[in-house]
Design a protein around this ligand. Sequence first.
Ligand code: 5AD
Ligand code: SF4
Length: 467
Amino acid sequence: MTDQTALIPNPVAQAADRTNARKVFIKTYGCQMNVYDSVRMGDALASEGYVTTDTAEDADLVLLNTCHIREKAADKVYSALGRLRDMKKERNAEGRELMIGVTGCVAQAEGEEILRRSSAVDVVIGPQTYHRLPQALKRARQGERVVDTDYAVEDKFEHLPVPDKKVIRSRGVTSFLTVQEGCDKFCTFCVVPYTRGSEVSRPLAQILDEANKLVDAGVREITLLGQNVNAWHGTGLDGSSWGLGDLLYRLAEIPGLARLRYTTSHPRDMDDRLIEAHRDLRALMPYLHLPVQAGSDRVLKAMNRRHTAEEYVRLIERIRAARPDIALSGDFIVGFPGETDAEFEDTLKLVETVRYAQSFSFKYSTRPGTPGAELGSQVAEEVKAERLERLQALLLKQQHEFAESCVGKVIDILLEKPGRMPEQLIGRSPWLQSVNVDAKSSQIGDIISVRIVGTGPNSLFAERIER
Ligand code: 5AD
Ligand code: SF4
């Protein structure tokens, strides 16, 4: 999954005006799956009378929904806990409550250790058990320090309340929907199979029910989420075995659901049906996040990616043949143990061949417990930094070239939120770019035709056209 929280406003922060209600502030770190989980935890707490707030200062309960993917991500949690400990002391001195919970992947990976390292923490809840948060808080209020990081036998989704239409609508016209969790791929650098457990697909009926409720409430675009979303499988309406492609065909039939996306995918699970869905479904946006991580076959093998660079490039060719306007996005790691200069050059070559519209690239970060951490030959920090700089320069150039190639095109955008200027709205292009447009008489949720007239650092500018 990809860290895009910088792009996503805190979705659980809705104006909290019920003065006597308890208030919760949920801080989300990491990937979109955590963003979705934060929303659902907010829902679970709402049914206990909590309202959400967007500052810790205003909250009676602070939850840090954490990410463990790289060392830096995990470190952020402990520095935030240091600040919260001081805040809690001040509060307690005034005779007021401040409860602190750690949820998500650091909670799963470190469990009890968090209580040892931070005296301020009241509850530690893993990603599989957040439906039990209300009970854990009750126990904590009686003085217990609770750690619940089991892989729950019950299905958390069955136990989570779905909010009413007004609440869903207040969150906007786009929504995430988790369809799959966990990962069985065991890439040798990655903690996900340990923190999120093995692959589990949500049943079709549950997904359709949630999608229908979202659309009924006014959602126009749904992004299906999973650590390995294209490994989703289930039993179809006809009793046969379905994959993600089949699911997308079915979801595309929901009236009013204009746009579908999914993330994150593994190259090994891009099957023919999914590629056909890109060819056939107008609702399926022409954008694909398909991480490759590295361009050298030796490194790919050491990472246990289970495909070669050539196989990845062939796969991209097939996807582009099915949907020529598809924009590609990728994740990359530089400085995997043993990566030589020549092997790094192979990553640059692969990037030149594929041409990415968007990307996320990282220095390899040693994660305790993963096979990568056991390898000798760790690459020096300065070498990683220098490689990352070169890779990012190339990827950024490609991103700008892609944006420039959009100028002059007439496209449909989904209007998502107000812009900075009066009468300006911000929409989303099929390729996930933000588009600024003057759109008098249009409303958020409308899909309008625009001509792209220019590019900014992180967005496009457009003028409205009638067609
Ligand atoms: N070090 C650096 N990057 C990592 N990622 C996953 N694990 C690590 C690690 N140990 C990156 C991968 C993945 C993205 C979500 O995070 O590129 O696709
Ligand atoms: Fe991690 Fe690899 Fe699974 Fe992605 S496919 S979550 S990188 S183990």
